[in-house]
Design a protein around this ligand. Structure first.
Ligand SMILES: [Zn+2]
Length: 67
């Protein structure tokens, strides 16, 4: 999975999270989507154009942390 694919997937998950929040959907679904985003970030090639990764939104400050 390359950076752009990760970007797309995280955007899609974030939209689902937003929808789920609006509908008061079970938090299980939200937790699952957030976990998937965390997994995607772990595989992201990270490309920082400023403060955040353009693919996964990870703050540059976290770059060297183990996630
Ligand atoms: Zn990234």
């Amino acid at each position: 999975m390359n950076g752009l694919e990760i970007r797309k997937r995280i955007d899609a998950n974030n939209r689902k999270i937003q929808k789920a929040l609006n509908k008061f959907t079970l938090t299980d679904e939200i937790n699952q989507l957030m976990q998937e985003n965390a997994d995607l970030r772990a595989h992201c090639p990270h490309e920082f154009a400023g403060t955040f990764c353009r693919f996964c939104d990870m703050p540059i400050d976290f770059k060297d942390d183990v996630i």
